[in-house]
Design a protein around this ligand. Structure first.
Ligand SMILES: Nc1ncnc2c1ncn2[C@@H]1O[C@H](COP(=O)(O)OP(=O)(O)OP(=O)(O)O)[C@@H](O)[C@H]1O
Length: 232
């Protein structure tokens, strides 16, 4: 089957800082891929390139066989690593905003996600805690019927209960015709979600593979492999 993402010799420089250095990566349809690395390893840069917010300095990125552009933006649902809603909005406004922007937004799914997250439409964005923000943002992003979901640090900065809810929402709403790329440095909490993992260090892929195969090969959890690589 054709990969949903094909990345060839991808590099990204910010002035004289090289954030991504010759990345080669294929993501198969139907897979959940974890991109693992500490702060500054290049995770957000990679995600932003896939989401069409940043342009690479070198190399090729194809999503569903297309260069990043209008078409790929219509099939990629992107969760940024920070809040992206306006302060004047209520949750209902955020829903309307998404519905106007994305034809693939499924309002029934959004309603079910809100119920699951225990959020109400009348709540104001400014009144939400960090964890509630994350839950709302994720609910919006997962309610799109996208071919590829790219989630940047979906559980960073939220408490353990909210974390579990967020992970359950991802698992329950994942459909096997789509793919997901999720960045995190909270490996222990997320590793069971991943089919494949990619370890990113200083903008380079230092190890990648099927999560189960890596566990067997190294007789270690992915979290322990992460600690070994990054010396945490
Ligand atoms: N706009 C920018 N201008 C200059 N350097 C940048 C810019 N954005 C990122 N960088 C640098 O590029 C490198 C990779 O950053 P990136 O944000 O992609 O890493 P990350 O793995 O997502 O880190 P974090 O977990 O802290 O978000 C870092 O060294 C960072 O300082």
């Amino acid at each position: 089957m054709k990969p949903i993402v094909e990345i060839k010799d991808l590099s990204k420089n910010y002035f004289n800082k090289r954030a991504l250095d010759n990345i080669n990566l294929s993501i198969q349809s139907g897979k959940v891929v974890g991109v693992l690395g500490p702060n500054g390893s290049g995770k957000t840069t990679l995600i932003k390139i896939l989401a069409g917010l940043l342009r690479q300095s070198k190399g090729e990125v194809l999503i569903d066989g297309h260069e990043v552009g209008v078409y790929t933006k219509s099939i990629v649902s992107y969760l940024p690593d920070r809040n992206f809603l306006y302060n004047w909005m209520s949750i209902q406004d955020a829903c309307d905003f998404y519905k106007d922007f994305y034809r693939d937004f499924d309002e029934t799914r959004f309603k079910n996600l809100l119920d699951f997250m225990k959020l109400e439409r009348s709540m104001k964005v400014t009144s939400l805690s960090k964890g509630m923000h994350e839950k709302l943002n994720l609910s919006l992003v997962l309610s799109r019927d996208a071919k590829l979901y790219v989630l940047d640090e979906p559980i960073a900065g939220v408490d353990p209960v909210a974390r579990d809810q967020i992970l359950d929402a991802i698992i329950n709403n994942y459909n096997e015709n789509s793919s997901m790329l999720i960045t995190t440095h909270l490996v222990r909490d997320m590793e069971n979600l991943f089919d494949d993992v990619v370890f990113l260090k200083d903008g380079r892929i230092v190890l990648e593979g099927n999560a189960e195969a890596l566990r067997e090969e190294k007789s270690k959890q992915i979290d322990d492999i992460y600690k070994e690589i990054f010396g945490e």
